[in-house]
Design a protein around this ligand. Structure first.
Ligand SMILES: CC(C)(COP(=O)(O)OP(=O)(O)OC[C@H]1O[C@@H](n2cnc3c(N)ncnc32)[C@H](O)[C@@H]1OP(=O)(O)O)[C@@H](O)C(=O)NCCC(=O)NCCS
Length: 161
């Protein structure tokens, strides 16, 4: 799976093109609301310092990842195009962003996810995030600095004779 990432912050045309491959249910799961025209949401997100990254495989758009500053944390959202969901793209992209976000200046990432969104919750748990559910919404929080330190500790253990 060879993925490339392009920043498309401010590119309403790219966002509109991407969302033509994303159905109502996926939009609902992404934004926790029925969203017919994502442009207004992006206008707000980008005005708050949010950044958007288009993920492509070859020339084919695969997913859109949004990262918005929220205090010391980053709020992240991801949507994979409908026809490619359930094939491991979301997992791979989340792993790449867990490495990338500290370089963008964020040590903690959070996301609000519907309790019924098993794929998204599974990715969060696999990455080692804490998951706190209240009613139908779960707040997922991942400390990227601690995660990186755990990785280093694991490497040291493997290296110890
Ligand atoms: C949530 C989303 C990003 C996941 O990406 P994906 O590429 O579809 O998911 P993956 O194929 O990587 O699978 C993720 C996990 O779900 C599991 N899974 C796959 N299909 C599944 C299904 N139909 N039901 C339950 N679990 C499923 C996978 O086995 C994997 O679990 P694992 O980590 O234990 O191996 C994607 O489905 C999506 O864009 N959904 C709509 C928007 C959304 O919900 N965004 C998240 C909130 S911001």
């Amino acid at each position: 799976m060879e993925l490339d990432f392009y920043e498309i912050t401010g590119r309403y045309d790219e966002v509109a093109k991407f969302y033509s491959s994303v159905g109502e249910e996926s939009r609902y799961l992404r934004f926790l609301a029925a969203v017919r025209d994502p442009a207004s949401i992006y206008s707000y997100m980008w005005s708050c310092g949010g950044r958007s990254f288009l993920v492509v495989e070859g020339r084919r758009p695969v997913a859109l990842v949004d990262v918005t500053p929220c205090g010391d944390e980053a709020e992240a959202g991801i949507v994979v195009v409908d026809s490619l969901q359930g094939r491991g793209y979301g997992t791979k992209i989340a792993e790449v962003f867990a490495e990338l976000l500290p370089r963008l200046g964020f040590d903690v990432v959070k996301a609000e996810i519907y309790r019924e969104n098993l794929k998204a919750l599974s990715i969060a748990r696999r990455l080692g995030a804490s998951v706190v559910c209240r009613g139908v919404i779960c707040t997922v929080r991942l400390n990227l600095r601690q995660r990186a330190l755990r990785g280093v500790a694991a490497l040291k253990l493997v290296a110890t004779p």
